[in-house]
Design a protein around this ligand. Sequence first.
Ligand code: SF4
Length: 572
Amino acid sequence: MADEFNAEQKRYLEGFASGIAAARMTGGLAIGQGAAAAAPAEPTGPDAIHIKAQERTVKAGGKLCDQEKWKRAENPFDGHNRLKAEAAAGKHPKPEDNFRWRYHGMFWVAPNQVSYMCRIRVPNGILQHWQFAGIADLADAHGGGYSHVTTRAGLQVREIAPEHAQPFLDGLTDLGLTAQGAGADNIRNVTGSPAAGIDARELLDTRPLTKSWHNWILNDRSLYGLPRKFNVSFDGGGVTPALEETNDIGFQAIEVLEGAAVAPGVWMRLVLGGISGHKDLARDTGIVLKPEDCNRVADAIIRVFIENGDRTNRNKARMKYVLDAWGFDKYIAAVEEKLGRKLDRVDAAHVAPRRPTDRFSHVGVHPQVQPGLNWVGVVLPVGKMTTDQMRGLAKVAAECGDGQIRMTVWQNFIFSGVPDAKVAEVEARVEALGLTIKAAGIRSGLVACTGARGCKFAASDTKGHAMIIADHVERTVPALDVPVNVHLTGCHHSCAQHYIGDIGLIGAKVVVSEEGDTVEGYDIVVGGGFAENPKIGTEIWKAVKAEDAPARVEALLNAYLALRESKDESFQ
Ligand code: SF4
């Protein structure tokens, strides 16, 4: 072994050479020759792509970050039986086991809550009514009796005690659901257009694509354990956006016009590198795909990332940083080499402009493409529902709609397939459950991450402050007659995507005394956007105390109302 390696690097390389660690990583599939093997074995099997990437990192003098060491010491899937046994005994997980549990969708969130949170995968955000009610029952039996819709159109259940972790996951399996790969360095819940298949203005139904991608990634172990988390989204070009530009890979349905290098019609445009918390929206690659090719191309893109992503520095480990270092041309060339073919390209001049979205389309009543049917969007205050509300809502979906509940990235949901004659009943039953379908200027686009009540990274109580801001604005700016999106995120991880809100607030500790005492507060950005108006917002205020935030939002809204020339002029 070369002398230039330090002691730690040597230990890791010796692990590779012996094959012992690699055998664990592959579940003993292909390499387990043990320490007695005469020659270093070449890792094979589903984990080999990761092992080789780690090995290259170490050989190049890089120091693997803790998470890479944890993956290497015990693959989280191979460790599941141990994790289950320890949780059943009530044991709190060590940091490395907290990381491993996240491969199974369970997040230990102490000290904010001394319990697990489970993030459930819901491809395209669509659940059947019985699944929705079933999750409510699981949240009662094993969790805190409530759930949150996430900003990836999934559901989270919190306050799950250690001994309830596996029973909760088993309950999901009974409902035909899974949380596998919902956390850690894995490909997260796939999002799609919420009104897919029912929106008269869409170009393409994203549901078959999201379901197909969901199954593609769940069943391939080599697609777990990336250098960092990874997001994929499919937008059908309809009235309710999927926010695909905030994803590592976004597929956008577009209309290619006559005269392009490919046949005219609906294609999927490939955009790459979205990570709004790092102030980047996904950029157009110029590549267009047939919808049926999306999985294979996304798979190749991810494998290039697996092989070349940074495994030493978590802050630089997202795909964006490989794209920044290489440029798009080099990255796409590597993808094409993996695919063994060139991808089709279309210049922007031969693509029809994106059809306008409607910021109120996920709230209230909207006619479907199917005559006589409607979708009905329900406002959920910062995404939270009690289990009683969930069971009541599931009954509404079953008795008044097509039985589906479609969650959106705006942390609310829509009922689909509601006949004209049932719309009034839906509204009344939703009101009886303490919720509303009425689109209000501020609440329809109010998004907040978990915040200080449940996340150790949070500098502020985002969900609590979001509600205070909404109450304040409804009282003080009654003239607000257009939707304005307000996003509150608790830290730089940007789970609530504050940079794409009309008004974005990111948690900050505000120093209030010479001794360094702090209170909760926010930095404030304005002017972000998405869909046909994608934009990263601009910071205008730093370190605003949380108690002053409602008045600042009020001032911004009043300025907008005073300065706009007409209602058609958006806040952005
Ligand atoms: Fe936690 Fe930060 Fe994500 Fe909010 S943005 S949920 S504080 S990690």
